[in-house]
Write a protein that binds this ligand. Sequence first.
Ligand SMILES: *[C@@H]1O[C@H](CO)[C@@H](O)[C@H](O)[C@H]1NC(C)=O
Length: 179
Amino acid sequence: MNTILVLLAVLFACLTEGKLTREGHCYDDNDLQNYKHFVGKHAWNNYPSFYMVKELEQLESGGNRQRRQTRHSCPNLVASSIQQVTEDHNSRSISPWRYRIDVDENRLPMKLAFAECLCSGCIDVRTGRETDAVNSVTVNQTMMVLRRKQCSDQKTYAFQVEYIKVPVACTCVLPKSHY
Ligand SMILES: *[C@@H]1O[C@H](CO)[C@@H](O)[C@H](O)[C@H]1NC(C)=O
């Protein structure tokens, strides 16, 4: 449904804006200032990978640093440190993950939140420590984005629809050798 709306919006934008060349429609920097007219106002608003970016940037720039410190390594959830676990699923999971902002200047949206697993194994709920008997893997969502390519005049840009795999969370799975 969203994809159809986005495609209609792209088509509409192509018909009404930009310059038609052999490469397709080429847009200049002024057109790019507000990319919303390429994709429709609400196209990506339902994707956490999109709307979480703003939240993550606010966290990184200070504010709630104590409350939601982002971890970069596999946590050791021994009883004494259990308070460090926040209400968020990414830190309560036995395959905990963090979010990093992926920046690609030739993609719309330029910034997306990518999930990264903190452990290669998972947290054993009895010991609170990592166990290699099971594996953390990312759960991926396919998402439509627009890929920006420079036109031959070196000044304007054309756009192509592209589908990318976005890691949105981590889950705990048995190793393949179990089957
Ligand atoms: C998601 O993609 C990653 C990287 O390509 C892959 O290793 C992982 O197995 C995928 N997750 C699932 C659940 O298929």
